[in-house]
Design a binder for this molecule. Sequence first.
Ligand code: GSH
Length: 203
Amino acid sequence: MLKLHFAPNSRAGRIVWLLEELELPYEINKMAFHPKDLKSDEHRARHPLGRIPVLEDGDVTIWESGAIVEYVLERHKKGGLKPAADADTFPKYLQWFHYCEGMVMPPVNTIVVHTMLLPPERRDETVLAQAKKLLTRAWAPVDEDLADKDYLIGDFSAADIMLGHAAFMSNRLGCVPDEMANLKAYIGRIEARPAFQTAITMQ
Ligand SMILES: N[C@@H](CCC(=O)N[C@@H](CS)C(=O)NCC(=O)O)C(=O)O
């Protein structure tokens, strides 16, 4: 059975969400989002940097949330969540899927570091303000693209699992302004999905 190494309020939620959407059986190793668990020898043996998510599937151990999503879709998908390579929506699917870790998550990481992870005396307001500006700016093309559709390529897809999760996180950080009405409505649709609820409330 698939085994997910997980901690709450993290990208590991993307994988729970995916597995729930696909109705695949899985087990979870719940860890604390804390160095005592993530940087333990046991977890570093799974992921050299002591990060999550990590997925185990028999002899396979794989990390990087996007790679895990692709892996599960290719090896275990029970239909859908990814358009065929010759579909009109395929380029956009790839674009938004990779925009998540490529463009959106770097400023999210900086914001989390300078609001939560660093001790107050090492937090830098200038770096924080710049990251917030960058993050808000990164959402503008997504907001624009969502003007005429419910999800990133029309139908719900794994691109929504990546970028939709990042949108939810960014909104929680206060970096999705009200003027981005399409994006706000999109986040509402994401939040209403039962599989997302399961993932996001898992502790
Ligand atoms: N690009 C990686 C990022 C993995 C990552 O940094 N995960 C965070 C949680 S969202 C983590 O494990 N942080 C613990 C740490 O930095 O020590 C992915 O998408 O899986």
